[in-house]
Design a protein around this ligand. Structure first.
Ligand SMILES: Cc1ncc(COP(=O)(O)O)c(C=O)c1O
Length: 496
């Protein structure tokens, strides 16, 4: 006979497990162990290999290093797990934290953010809705307000911190679509240049548009969107009965750092009543410098701006931002209610925001702290100084490259990227591409710097992107020496 209902529910009979509630002492012991590894890791960063050999092989299938394992039944010692991470897993990757990391778009990852994330995860407060953590929400909203002030957006601007530039671009496309198009939006067209980041085409697809909704406008000799082609495309689409609704300008392309003509694009968008989005994921924070401010003039006229603190503010991966000139439009595009949710805030106070109303996420990490903490600790000055240094280092690198024999600059630095290639008289484009592929592989083989390449209208281009806070003149000189040496070596080999 089973016991009468409720009898087995005596509190004492319910099995209790407190394994996961680690004590303060254990936390201290574990963090101490992790910190010991981290100290060794940080101090050895300048001499650590780059993982460049992997990059040289990019495109080849990478042999799987690990087999899938069954879910662990028993726990393991932390020492062994840390050893696995620091001796094997971490070293077996691109060294994106190294001063020699000049590939793709670096940032480096300031350690303040690690401290902030540790605190944020440990206290595990909920910042998706205002009432759950008003002071912490205000702190994150303050960060967004600083960003809006930096870019010159008006006080109506609101924003949301995202996991990165791709999510910010996606949120921008959804906001533009909701604002500018009817519910049946399939007739809408948005415009990007042929240098725009691929996250925009992906954003359009995720926002429900067919591939044909994305019109790609050719770029000019400076890799900037051609305005005459854009004007013609908009007119052509209108004549064909389609509905142009959005133009995406790049404020620093990933390929070459090219900044589109923002003032002209702003004028065109105003005239044509198109949503003007500026993808400043890479270049946005250069607006803090005098030189960058000039290059990015016109950004303040945007309807929305994507910025990536994990690039231009040197934060670790996982921090992007979207700012929208009229914050109410961002909210309208993402607001959603449910019976189990608390009441949302109705106020114009910029520090009072329900973040779940301003983006696709409800529950999420407390991202604001990783930006707020370093900015409060140091003030903005060292961030500006670092950005100025990176601009100067890139100009310097371009000058040295330009002076090298047979070196062609394919994209002069507009911000902190320079694209270049080695040339040889009489070689076809295909053979020159091959020559430069070999040059890149030889540079990477030293494992001291990490460069990546791109294709510029079919031309294989090497690029240097200086944006890690750890990169200084010494590593740039070493990089330029390596390039000169390997260019001479590859030159002396018989032609392909
Ligand atoms: C111009 C630009 N836009 C968007 C992105 C996408 O950003 P994320 O990698 O943070 O998603 C990048 C990334 O490099 C970029 O350079």
């Amino acid at each position: 006979m089973p016991p009468p209902f409720g009898m087995s529910n005596q509190p004492g009979e319910i099995p209790e497990d407190r394994t996961l509630e680690i004590s303060a002492e254990v936390l201290r012991e574990w963090t101490g162990k992790a910190l010991a590894y981290l100290q060794a890791y940080i101090t050895s960063l300048p001499s650590q290999p780059m993982g460049s050999a992997r990059a040289a092989k990019a495109g080849d299938a990478v042999a799987p290093a690990l087999a899938p394992e069954a879910i662990p039944r028993q726990g393991m010692d932390l020492d062994r797990l840390l050893e696995h991470l620091f001796q094997r897993a971490i070293p077996g990757s691109f060294n994106t934290a190294s001063p020699g990391y000049l590939g793709y778009i670096p940032g480096g990852g300031i350690l303040h953010a690690a401290l902030a994330d540790f605190i944020a995860a440990a206290v595990n407060r909920y910042v998706g809705v205002y009432v759950a953590a008003p002071e912490l929400v205000a702190l994150e909203a303050q960060v967004l307000l600083w960003f809006a002030q930096m870019t010159g957006l008006p006080t109506t601007a609101r924003g949301v911190l995202t996991s990165g530039g791709s999510m910010a671009n996606f949120t921008a496309v959804v906001t533009a679509r909701t604002t500018k198009l009817p519910e049946n939006f399939l007739n809408g067209v948005l415009y990007v240049s042929d240098q725009a980041h691929h996250s925009l085409a992906k954003a359009a697809r995720m926002a429900g548009f067919p591939a044909s909704a994305v019109q790609t406008i050719p770029s000019d000799e400076r890799w900037c969107m051609r305005l005459d082609d854009l004007v013609a495309a908009v007119a052509g689409d209108r004549a064909a009965g389609r509905t142009p609704f959005m133009v995406v300008a790049s404020a620093g392309t990933a390929n070459t750092g090219a900044v589109d003509d923002l003032p002209e694009l702003a004028r065109l968008c105003a005239r044509e009543q198109l949503w003007f989005h500026v993808d400043a994921a890479y270049g946005g924070f250069f607006c803090l410098t005098a030189e960058g401010k000039k290059a990015l003039a016109g950004m303040e006229q945007a309807d929305s701006i994507t910025m990536d603190p994990h690039k231009g503010l040197f934060l670790p991966y996982g921090t992007g931002a979207l700012l929208v000139r009229d914050g109410e439009l961002l909210r309208r595009a993402h607001s959603s209610t449910a019976d189990y949710m608390p009441a949302m805030q109705e106020t114009t106070d910029p520090l009072v925001q329900d973040f779940c109303e301003y983006g696709p996420e409800l529950s999420r990490d407390f991202r604001g702290l990783r930006i707020w903490l370093p900015l409060k600790l140091h003030g903005i000055a060292p961030f500006i100084a670092n950005l100025e240094e990176k601009l100067a280092l890139t100009r310097y690198a371009a000058d040295v490259l330009r002076a090298m024999e047979n070196m062609e600059i394919l994209a002069e630095p507009q911000l902190s990227i320079v694209a270049f290639r080695l040339t040889r008289k009489g070689l076809s484009t295909a053979a020159t591409n091959d020559l430069n592929r070999r040059l890149l592989a030889r540079i990477q083989a030293h494992d001291r710097v990490f460069l990546t390449a791109t294709s510029l209208r079919g031309v294989f281009a090497l690029r240097i992107c200086v944006l890690s806070f750890r990169t200084h003149r010494d590593r740039i000189d070493e990089t330029l020496d390596l390039i000169a040496r390997e260019a001479a070596a590859v030159e002396s080999l018989p032609g392909p």
